[in-house]
Structure formats: structure tokens, C-alpha cells
Design a protein around this ligand. Structure first.
Ligand code: NAG
Ligand code: NAG
Ligand code: NAG
Ligand code: NAG
Ligand code: CU
Length: 185
């Protein structure tokens, strides 16, 4: 019984630790979510790696803008007539809990058209992303086309993930040590 409780406690702590790794990204940084200054929000996302569990924060004047999560085609055509979800508090924290693209736009007429839209690609952090000692040949026998060597961007994603995994490993070990030491009582 004590073992089960301990295991459950360990699980809860681990979950809490996962949560504490969530990053908060304020869209547009200090400028926020606006049509002023012609902000290119897809420039803002460049170089950032959004992970499952991260928080996307939209800050804006709620009487001037809103935030709609839409489909890809609605994103491309700036169609605000059938949003998946609409946020309008002016201070919306959105926890991204699925991998893939989140397409957001402002639903106020004309705003998306002048660039108030953002495509946030959420990546999972998982153990299969840990680098292998040597690159193995493609199992499907696919030959690499000339000039398609791994881009520096994928390297950046990799190192980011590895850093995250190492952090988690370190904390897991610390928690495990506490867990094990509990038995000596
Ligand atoms: C916007 O989307 C709705 C429903 O998805 C569609 O009926 C409408 O024609 C679209 N409007 C434009 C301008 O594409
Ligand atoms: C928006 O919400 C965050 C927490 O979600 C808070 O830290 C921040 O102060 C809020 N900003 C404004 C302008 O209310
Ligand atoms: C993801 O978040 C949305 C909105 O916050 C929620 O409706 C949905 O149930 C969540 N999905 C999972 C798998 O947690
Ligand atoms: C881990 O990542 C790989 C490739 O990115 C993906 O195919 C796999 O489904 C992921 N696994 C989990 C558990 O998310
Ligand atoms: Cu707007």
C-alpha cells in the first residue's frame, strides 16, 4: 500500500515538473496583438520552438481586437466567419495541448488582411528526438535528393529538445533519489 502511494506521489511530482517546464510566449512580445507598426507575426514565430503544454499569450485592447483560432483555409483567406474558438478578453492565455499547427487571426474586419494573423506550429518533445550516434540509412531505401542536407533549423530544434530532455532527466533523478531514500525510514 505504501509503495502504491509512493508511486502515485512520484507520478504527481513528475507531472508537476512537466508543467513547470511550460514556456509562456507573448505574441508580438511588447507590441502585443495589434495592427500597428505592420508587425509580421510569422517573423515573430521564426526561431521559436513551441512545445506541447506551452502557453501562448495574446494581449490586446479587447474593444479593438480579438483572437480566433481557425482552419488553415480560413487562415489563408482571412475568413473569420467560422472560427473554431474565439477569445476576446484582451489577455488570453492559450495552452497548446496538441501537436501541429494552430492558426490564429483577428476577426475584426480588415485586420487579418493587414497581417494580424499567426501560424503557431507546436512540436512534441519526445525521446525519439534524441540523436542517434550515427545517422542510419533510410530504412525505406529512399535516396536523398541533392542539396537536401539537414537544415540548421532542424538542428536548433534538436538541441532545444535535448536540453529539455536533459533537464527532465536530471530532475527525474533527483525525485527518484528522494523516492528511494524514503525506504530507509
Ligand atoms: C467563409 O467561410 C464560410 C464558411 O466556412 C463560407 O460560407 C464563406 O463563403 C467564406 N467566405 C469567403 C469570403 O470566402
Ligand atoms: C495577463 O495575464 C497574465 C497571467 O495570465 C498576467 O501575468 C498579466 O499581468 C496580465 N496582463 C494584463 C495586462 O492584465
Ligand atoms: C485541449 O485544450 C482544449 C481547449 O483548452 C480542450 O477543449 C481539449 O479537451 C484539450 N485536449 C486535451 C487532449 O487535453
Ligand atoms: C515522437 O516523435 C516522432 C517523430 O517526430 C513521432 O513519429 C512519434 O509519434 C512521437 N511519439 C510520441 C509518443 O509523441
Ligand atoms: Cu484586430
Amino acid at each position: 500500500m505504501a509503495l502504491i502511494e509512493r508511486t502515485m506521489a512520484l507520478f504527481l511530482v513528475m507531472t508537476a515538473l512537466q508543467v513547470s517546464f511550460a514556456a509562456v510566449y507573448k505574441v508580438g512580445d511588447s507590441a502585443g496583438w495589434t495592427t500597428l507598426n505592420n508587425i509580421d507575426y510569422n517573423k515573430w514565430t521564426a526561431g521559436k520552438t513551441f512545445h506541447h503544454g506551452d502557453i501562448i499569450l495574446f494581449e490586446y485592447h479587447s474593444d479593438r481586437h480579438n483572437v480566433m483560432q481557425v482552419s488553415l483555409s480560413d487562415y489563408n483567406s482571412c475568413n473569420a466567419s467560422s472560427p473554431i474558438i474565439t477569445y476576446k478578453t484582451g489577455n488570453d492565455s492559450i495552452t497548446v495541448n496538441m501537436t501541429g499547427h494552430y492558426y490564429f487571426l483577428c476577426g475584426i474586419p480588415g485586420h487579418c488582411q493587414v497581417g494580424q494573423k499567426v501560424d503557431i506550429k507546436v512540436t512534441a518533445v519526445n525521446s525519439s528526438m534524441v540523436p542517434t550516434p550515427s545517422p542510419s540509412p533510410s530504412p525505406s531505401g529512399q535516396t536523398a535528393t541533392p542539396g537536401t542536407s539537414p537544415s540548421p533549423k532542424s538542428g536548433a530544434i534538436l538541441s532545444h529538445s535535448v536540453k529539455g530532455l536533459l533537464g527532465k532527466l536530471w530532475l527525474s533523478m533527483a525525485v527518484f533519489a528522494v523516492f528511494v531514500s524514503g525506504f530507509s525510514f
